[in-house]
Design a protein around this ligand. Structure first.
Ligand code: UD1
Ligand code: MG
Length: 452
């Protein structure tokens, strides 16, 4: 085989995103439902980017402005085509005729509701086109239950047709090898094949799958590329969405462990598509990673913690029961303990905030100690204000730091203080009422009440 490297071949991907998704019972278009922190459509677009696709055309249905907005956000160069009537998968692909007619070397047809296909698989389909000199490459898989899928019909080992369940004979329904739906076409001959597809079948639809029989009739080759069934799971309802999620989470967990992360109870940890974990990170059970989290080497995320948009430095300890919200930046050796919430705040190296605190819109200098129950009062109902604590400061328990406020390096804040003014470096600030004592008051009070 002396095929050109894929990177030298141009490629157009047509993404079918016109599904109504009625079985989702949702006001949101199906392909915008999320897996591991981003939409199914976003997963597909990311896999296409990994497959060195030059241009993307997305086919949407009527009233799918939200889908268009998502495409524009994720892939501003993509073209959008409208399929006004749902008349079959081949009809949907031809909505992008204008793009296909430009004549790319490879044409990939993918479904936005089939979100787990890997970039490598798209690349392999492209390579198969070249290696087999095929006009069409079909993705084949063997589901546990083939009901509902198109069956791959072969004669003498060669793919000759795909038969939809509704059009299949009893005998054909016995076939276990099924069509995953997605296909690759030699881009220059694709329109000729697609235009030759008719709609004489049980559903009166233009079936993309008929491209195989049409290719045979035109004397060009159709080939099959096999994929594992869990990669081509299609999502039509919330149950299938949850199955896709579990496959994806399994992949993410495996990748984390292969990269040197210890997980005590992997199945209880929830990752985002973009979670970045360093070597020798430990994750205890029941941890949730929202999008945008980075955890550096040697850090520990203890049980029942929730992190989102946060960065955790080397050897830091987070949790148990900690919450890191967007903009939380923890440097080396920071400890954030139980029932501590951090938002838009930088905690420099060695800071300890171990119990029951809220630190929001703040910068805490290196090695400072934030006592239990300390709250940064950052919001007055209209605006947010900033709190700055210098290095080596000690904030006593149950202090309220009323922002905007600065506490100097090395300062001490007495327990239970409400700090409304800046505190100079190395000073002690006390902002609480003095203790009053009335000797014998309690005994007298009790005696009086017992009598009555
Ligand atoms: C399709 C395949 C079938 C395969 C199965 C795998 C065809 C004819 N059949 O069947 O062989 O086993 O996928 O899951 O291709 N769409 C449009 N416009 C249309 C019709 C469909 O955009 O007019 C989109 C759908 O939103 C979906 C995709 O194309 O994303 C597939 O359509 P769907 O109706 O789910 O096809 P299946 O019957 O599942
Ligand atoms: Mg389907």
């Amino acid at each position: 085989m002396n095929s050109e490297p894929t990177s030298k071949r141009t490629c157009l991907a047509v993404v079918l995103a016109a599904g109504e998704g009625t079985r989702m019972k949702s006001s949101k278009p199906k392909v915008l439902h999320a897996l591991a922190g981003r939409s199914m459509l976003a997963h597909v677009l990311a896999a296409l980017a990994a497959a060195e696709v030059d241009h993307v055309a997305v086919v949407v249905g009527p009233g799918h402005e939200a889908v268009e907005a998502e495409v524009q956000k994720l892939k501003p160069g993509a073209e959008i085509f409208l399929q006004t009537e749902r008349r079959g998968t081949a009809h949907a692909v031809l909505a992008a005729r204008q793009a296909i007619a430009r004549g790319y070397d490879d044409l990939l047809v993918v479904f936005a509701d089939t979100p787990l296909v890997r970039g490598e698989t798209f690349l392999a389909m492209r390579r198969a086109l070249a290696d087999y000199h095929a006009a069409v490459v079909v993705l084949g898989f063997e589901p546990e239950d083939p009901t509902g899928y198109g069956r791959l019909i072969r004669e003498n080992g060669e793919l000759v047709a795909i038969r939809e369940e509704k059009d299949a004979s009893e005998e054909e329904r016995e076939i276990g090898l099924c069509n995953a739906g997605l296909m690759a076409f030699g881009g220059h001959g694709a329109l000729k094949l697609l235009d030759a597809i008719g709609n004489t079948n049980a559903k009166n639809e233009y079936y993309l799958t008929d491209a195989v029989a049409v290719a045979r009739a035109h004397g060009v080759l159709a080939a099959v590329f096999d994929v594992p069934a869990d990669e081509v799971l299609g999502v039509n309802d919330r149950f299938q969405l949850s199955v896709a999620e579990s496959y994806l989470q399994e992949r993410l967990r495996l990748a984390a462990m292969q990269a040197g992360v210890t997980m005590r109870e992997p199945t209880s940890v929830y990752f985002s598509f973009d979670t970045v974990l360093g070597r020798d990170v430990t994750i205890e059970p029941h941890v949730v990673f929202g999008p945008g989290v980075t955890v550096a080497e040697g850090a520990s995320i203890l049980a029942f913690s929730h992190l989102e948009g946060a960065s955790v430095g080397p050897n830091a300890i987070v949790g148990p029961f900690a919450r890191l919200r967007p903009g939380a930046v923890l440097h080396e050796n920071v400890h954030v303990g139980n029932f501590v919430e951090v938002k838009a705040a930088v905690l420099e190296a060695g800071v300890k905030a171990n119990h029951l605190s809220y630190i929001g819109d703040a910068k805490i200098g290196a090695r400072s100690n934030i006592g239990a129950g300390t709250i940064t009062c950052n919001y007055n109902g209209f605006s947010k204000f900033f709190t700055e604590v210098g290095e080596d400061a000690f904030v006593g328990v149950h202090s309220a730091l009323v922002a905007p406020v600065k506490i100097g390096a090395g300062a001490y804040i007495g327990t239970g203080s409400v700090i409304t003014q800046d505190v100079p470096a190395d000073a002690l600030a006390l902002a609480r009422v003095h203790q009053i004592e009335k000797p014998g008051w309690a005994a007298a009070f009790r005696a009086k009440n017992k009598k009555s």
